[in-house]
Design a protein around this ligand. Sequence first.
Ligand code: F6P
Length: 324
Amino acid sequence: VKKIAVLTSGGDSPGMNAALRSVVRTCAYYHVQCVGIYRGYQGMIEGDFKELNARSVNNIVNKGGTILKSARSQEFRTTEGREKAHENLKEHGIEAFVVIGGDGSFTGAMIFNEEYGFPVMGIPGTIDNDIYGTNFTLGFDTALNTVVEAIDKIRDTASSHNRLFFVEVMGRDVGHIALNAGVGAGAEEILIPEEDLGLGRLLESLKRSKLSGKSSSIVVVAEGDKIGKNVFELKEYVEENMPDYDVRVSVLGHMQRGGSPSCFDRVLASRMGVKAVESILEGKTNYMVGVVNNKMALTPLEKAIKGHSSIDTELLRVSDIMTT
Ligand code: F6P
């Protein structure tokens, strides 16, 4: 393989730049040409390509976001869109691509591979940590640190005013961010889609905590939680049922996706980039690179997409004990 392309796709996550740097420098190390594709699959369709060398990725290891930009391309979902993308790759002599993104981006890569036999490799970049085949996705650790820092600040004001705060965090359909950050920030309750706490038990728990002498509380709510009420409705529900509670809501939102990547994410990104390029050079493609029990691992893309990233049951138990 003489030329490899790299793109970032879907929701950005801290560590994408560090992974890009790693892919580019590994290519340079093995004397393989590297092409950056801007704006994800949309840029692949529009031919938004740029040759990258080891120096093109100076000073980005610490940068949040993605210098290649990202997009969720609707056009790449069409056969016509993918055909244009394939023409562009062929025209530039590109023989394989590495896509840094989440399961939607991997699905696109897999379909492209099925249609054109084009070698692809995935690097999991999402704050949600919702991908099978890796213990950690790029950006998850940084997002956790961001959330914990924000909740620490909310705690200051919550305790000064004896208030209850519902803090909504991202994570799409899974509760990894909520559970981990909730334990780390010492939340009173953690509501995640994987576990149905129920409104009754939530009220009981809040009443118990008040009786035990706590004057303020933080409840972390995963955005995908299935309790049947959003954070604002939860606030109203608790105010109706516990009128002595002063309740506020804080939705952390997209700040969770930004910021300089943690050391953990930078190291993970560097390892994943090396593994992705070396695997392509060894002829192994159509995989996702991951880290399992601190060892680099390859998972077939199809399995990574269809597999279920289950919640850590031990952590669930720890969380139950901590919120006693
Ligand atoms: O997948 C990352 C993520 O930040 C999710 O946690 C969230 O549900 C979604 O993306 C938000 O997407 P958008 O940036 O399109 O609003």
